[in-house]
Design a protein around this ligand. Structure first.
Ligand code: ATP
Length: 217
């Protein structure tokens, strides 16, 4: 089973890292790959460049052997369409290996605006992480897709290469990249929300409005 967890990671934070670890343990797999997108098609340009976001991600997972970074969307350049990423992974994995993509309910609520969204469940399973917020609109396409593809048993993900949607409710940290950027730009501390090594590098590089080499912690 191959599991990817995509995002802008602008920057990576402990909320992302914790949920990846929870899912890895829940699914009993050795590794989950974080896949940073180059140009996210559904939101504004990231505050951190692709190179910086990637560097911070690599620092964040360096101490955690069960998490990896897959930089294929950055290498590919242009808009990062998940359908393209999954097609490439499917070619590499062959037709039978289960492929799983993880996303939060906030991201899934706009799923039918994604490029070639209807192909995605043919290529991969989806693990939907419940996040606080408005949830799915009852008659929306994502909500219909969820009821068509919903499975309650995690074991089913091992029995088919793609096609199921599993909802999970792991313990979540109430952290968002938006909140981190706001703190950094206003000179407040983001300590314990972001790994120390990541925070130190943000300061060194002067990202997100930080003054270079100022270690405010
Ligand atoms: P932003 O605040 O800039 O929108 P974000 O913190 O939501 O960023 P993204 O990179 O957009 O981070 O998210 C990547 C994925 O991680 C999404 O599927 C999102 O739902 C999920 N995610 C983000 N924060 C958390 C968190 N604290 N716990 C669990 N999942 C999260």
């Amino acid at each position: 089973m191959h599991i990817i967890y995509g995002g802008t990671f602008d920057p990576i934070h402990n909320g992302h890292l914790r949920v990846a670890i929870e899912l890895r343990e829940m699914l009993g797999v050795n590794r989950i790959d974080l896949v940073p997108c180059h140009i996210p098609p559904h939101r504004g340009d990231p505050g951190g460049s692709s190179e910086h976001r990637l560097e911070l991600l690599k620092l964040a997972v360096a101490e955690e052997p069960g998490l990896g970074v897959d930089d294929r969307e950055l290498v590919r350049g242009g808009s990062s369409y998940t359908a393209d990423t999954l097609r490439h992974l499917r070619d590499e994995l062959g037709p039978d290996e289960p492929l799983v993509m993880v996303l939060g309910t906030d991201s899934f609520s706009g799923f039918d605006r994604w490029q070639e969204w209807s192909v995605i469940p043919e290529l991969a399973h989806i693990i939907l992480v419940s996040r606080p917020g408005p949830g799915l609109a009852p008659d929306s396409m994502p909500s219909r897709l969820l009821s068509e593809r919903w499975v309650s048993d995690i074991a089913l993900l091992h029995t088919a290469p793609a096609g199921c949607i599993l909802e999970v409710e792991p313990p979540l940290l109430d952290i968002s990249a938006t909140g981190i950027r706001e703190r950094l730009v206003t000179g407040r501390s983001a300590r314990y929300l972001v790994p120390d090594a990541v925070l130190a590098r943000i300061d060194e590089l002067g990202l997100y409005g930080r003054n270079g080499n100022e270690h405010r912690g």
